[in-house]
Design a protein around this ligand. Structure first.
Ligand code: PRP
Length: 183
């Protein structure tokens, strides 16, 4: 499709996640039953690729929430919606949040504050496939980042464009910039 331009190939993504999984495993390997929480929908592929490469002494507990800030817009709306926010009791546990992108930081800030308030975790760390510092409104810094990107709109590898007909391009195995000006 001519308005899609590949930014990172499936191979580049896979290699980067190998390195990230090693780094995260080093930090989590001796922790008791770490909880990994994926933020749907965007983090589906990143989480599944990441946790299958992690090596920890204890098994991971994997949970999901669905948070949304973009709606159908190309920029973060500023309002966090919580279509699914049903977690078991994970009080005082070590938590790894897995996001597809930190843009304004609102979603991550909301979720970190929520987890701190509800569960007083032993620790919270944030892994994001993408970091887009140019969009930042709140002071949020991922502890682990796959790629840092410029001020571009990206799709693929879990990230979607919410067009009139619903989510598009989430299924692409690579990451691409989307130029909506070109027909
Ligand atoms: C995206 C993404 C992050 C959030 C990042 O979710 O998955 O959760 O926005 O933006 P922020 O840093 O500006 O808050 P989106 O609303 O697109 O929902 P989706 O993952 O279900 O597509």
């Amino acid at each position: 499709m001519k308005n899609l331009k590949q930014l990172y190939s499936a191979t580049q993504i896979s290699q980067r996640i190998d390195a990230l999984a090693n780094e995260i495993s080093d930090d989590f390997k001796d922790l008791e039953r770490p909880v990994v929480i994926g933020v749907l929908k965007g983090a589906i592929f990143f989480l599944s690729d990441l946790v299958r490469r992690m090596k920890t002494a204890d098994s991971l507990q994997i949970e999901f929430v669905h948070l949304s800030s973009y709606g159908s817009a190309r920029e973060s709306t500023g309002r966090i919606q919580t279509p699914y926010l049903d977690l078991p009791n994970i009080s005082h546990r070590h938590i790894l949040i897995v996001e597809d992108i930190v843009d304004s930081g609102r979603t991550s800030r909301f979720f970190i504050d929520y987890l701190n308030d509800q569960f007083a975790p032993a620790s919270i760390r944030l892994a994001s496939f993408l970091d887009k510092p140019s969009g930042r409104v709140l002071d949020v810094h991922p502890d682990y980042t796959g790629f840092t990107i410029d001020k571009v709109f990206v799709v693929g590898y879990g990230l979607d464009y919410g067009g009139e007909s619903g989510d598009c391009f989430r299924e692409l195995p690579y990451l691409a910039t989307l130029n909506l000006e070109i027909e």
